[in-house]
Design a protein around this ligand. Structure first.
Ligand code: 7TS
Length: 414
C-alpha cells in the first residue's frame, strides 16, 4: 500500500467520543491499557447500533417488504465497506462470522478436512494466538497431516531459515501466521511467507485480529489466500468478525455451518449450496453487529489507520523508555519499528496477576496471563506476562500512571 501523508491524530480529542472514559474506576479516571484484548466503543458506533434497531431493523435477505430491504442494504453496505478496508477484490469474498476465531475454524474445517491428509504439512508459528494454532493442530491430527511450527528467535521474530527443515517433513499445504502478534506486537513478514507458501502450492492463512485495528491491510499486497479479523478489537460490536478468502477457493470449499439461507435448493435426496458469501452465512447473522462493524470501519477510516499506527508507535517508544526505568523489569519483543503498540513484560519476582491487581487499585487496566499464547510463553521460559496495549484513545499520562504503578509494585512485592 502506498505511504500517504496523514494528519496526526489527537487522542485527547478522540477520547471525548468514548463514553467509557466518563466513568471512574475505584474513584480514579480509567487508564485502559488493554485494547489488544478488546477496544472501547465510540458514540459513532453506539449511535449507529441504536439508530439501526430503532429505524431500520429486520432480518436480511428474507423479506420482500421495505424494512427488510432497508436492513439488507445496511448489512450489505457494511460488507462493502469492510471489504474495501482490506482492499479485497470483491465484496462477495468477505464473509461475516462471529469473529477471528470462527473465521479461522471455518478455513481449518471447510478447507482443511477436504484438502489435508497423510504426507501433507501444516505450518504455523510459535507466535500464534491459540485461535490460529489449536484449530490447525486439531485438523492436522484428524486428517493425518504433519503439524509444524516456525520457531522464534530471542527477539520474538520468526526464524525463517528454519523453513528449509520444515519442508523436509512433506508437502506443505497450509501456512498460517498472524500479521501482528497479540503477545509481543511483532509485525510478521506475511508477503515473504505467502510467496514461500505459493511456491510450494500451499495456501496462506493470515490471522489479522491484531493487525486490522492498528495497521493498514491490503490482502492483494499481502498475497494471502484467507484473512481473519474481529470487529470488537476495532471499536466495533462484539460477536461479529470477518473472513476474507479468494473467490475461487471459497467457491470450491464445502460449507462450514449448515442450515437456513446457505442453500440453493433442498430436496429429500440432496441439498445444493448457495453462492458465496451466503454459502458460509447459515442462519440469522449478527445483523446489527455487522452494521455496527461497518460504522467502526468508517470511524477508523476517518481517523486514518496510518495516523493510528503512528500514534501507537510514539506511545510504544515512550512506554519502553518509561518501563526501562522500573527496577527488575524485563520487556519482551522486537524493536519499535517492527511492532505494534503492545508491550509484554515481567517484574522480577512478582507474579503478573499481582502486578495487574496493584495497578487496578489505581484505575490502570492491563492484561496478565499467557495471552492465549502458551507455546510462546514456553519459549520465553515464563508461565505468564503482563501486557499493556495502546489504541487511538491512549494518552501518555496513562503510560506515566502505568510506570508509577509498576514502581509501586516493585517496592511492595519484589
Ligand atoms: N488472533 C489474535 C492474534 C488475537 O489477538 C485474538 C484475540 C484472536 C485471534 C481471537 O480473536 P476473537 O475475537 O475471535 O476472540 N486476542 C486476545 C488477546 O490478546 N488476549 O485475549 C484475547
Amino acid at each position: 500500500m502506498a505511504v500517504t501523508a496523514h494528519a496526526k491524530l489527537d487522542a485527547r480529542k478522540l477520547r471525548a467520543d468514548f463514553p467509557i472514559f466518563e466513568h471512574d474506576i475505584r474513584g480514579k479516571p480509567l487508564a485502559y491499557l488493554d485494547s489488544a484484548v478488546s477496544a472501547h466503543k465510540p458514540r459513532q458506533v453506539l449511535d449507529k447500533l441504536r439508530n439501526f434497531y430503532e429505524t431500520s431493523y429486520a432480518n436480511v435477505h428474507r423479506g420482500v417488504y421495505t424494512l427488510s430491504e432497508v436492513a439488507t442494504a445496511e448489512y450489505e453496505g457494511a460488507r462493502d465497506k469492510i471489504a474495501r478496508f482490506i482492499n479485497a477484490p470483491a465484496s462477495r469474498e468477505l464473509i461475516f462470522t462471529h469473529g477471528a476465531t470462527e473465521s479461522i475454524n471455518l478455513v481449518a474445517y471447510a478447507w482443511g478436512l477436504d484438502n489435508l491428509g497423510p504426507g501433507d504439512v501444516v505450518v504455523v508459528t510459535e507466535l500464534e494466538h491459540h485461535s490460529n494454532f489449536v484449530p490447525w493442530q486439531y485438523i492436522a491430527k484428524r486428517t493425518g497431516a504433519t503439524f509444524k511450527a516456525i520457531p522464534l528467535d530471542d527477539h520474538g521474530e520468526l526464524q525463517l531459515d528454519a523453513l528449509g527443515e520444515i519442508e523436509q517433513a512433506g508437502n506443505v499445504k497450509v501456512v498460517a501466521n498472524n500479521l501482528v502478534s497479540n503477545a509481543l506486537g511483532t509485525i510478521n513478514p506475511i508477503e515473504k511467507l505467502s510467496a514461500w507458501a505459493h511456491e510450494r502450492g500451499a495456501i496462506m492463512v493470515v490471522d489479522a485480529a491484531q493487525a486490522a485495528p492498528h495497521h493498514a491491510i491490503d490482502v492483494q499486497e499481502l498475497g494471502c489466500d484467507f484473512l481473519a479479523f474481529s470487529s470488537h478489537k476495532m471499536c466495533g460490536p462484539t460477536s461479529v468478525g470477518a473472513l476474507w478468502g479468494r473467490a475461487e477457493l471459497l467457491e470450491a470449499m464445502s460449507p462450514f455451518n449448515l442450515g437456513g439461507h446457505m442453500i440453493r435448493s433442498v430436496k429429500l435426496e440432496e441439498t445444493t449450496w448457495g453462492q458465496i458469501p451466503f454459502k458460509f452465512e447459515a442462519g440469522t447473522q449478527p445483523i446489527a453487529e455487522a452494521v455496527g462493524f461497518g460504522a467502526a470501519v468508517d470511524y477508523l477510516t476517518d481517523i486514518g489507520i496510518g495516523a493510528i499506527e503512528e500514534h501507537e508507535r510514539e506511545l510504544l517508544v515512550y512506554a519502553l523508555e518509561k518501563l526501562a526505568e522500573v527496577p527488575g523489569l524485563t520487556a519482551y519483543g522486537p524493536a519499535p519499528e517492527r511492532r505494534a503498540g503492545i508491550v509484554s513484560f515481567n517484574l522480577d519476582g512478582v507474579h503478573p496477576h499481582d502486578v495487574a491487581q496493584i495497578l487496578d487499585m489505581d484505575g490502570v487496566a492491563i492484561r496478565a496471563g499467557h495471552h492465549c499464547c502458551q507455546p510462546l510463553m514456553a519459549k520465553l521460559g515464563v508461565a505468564a506476562t503482563n501486557r499493556a496495549s495502546f489504541y487511538l484513545y491512549t494518552i501518555p499520562e496513562e503510560i506515566d500512571r502505568l510506570a508509577d504503578g509498576l514502581q509501586k509494585a516493585h517496592k511492595l512485592l519484589a
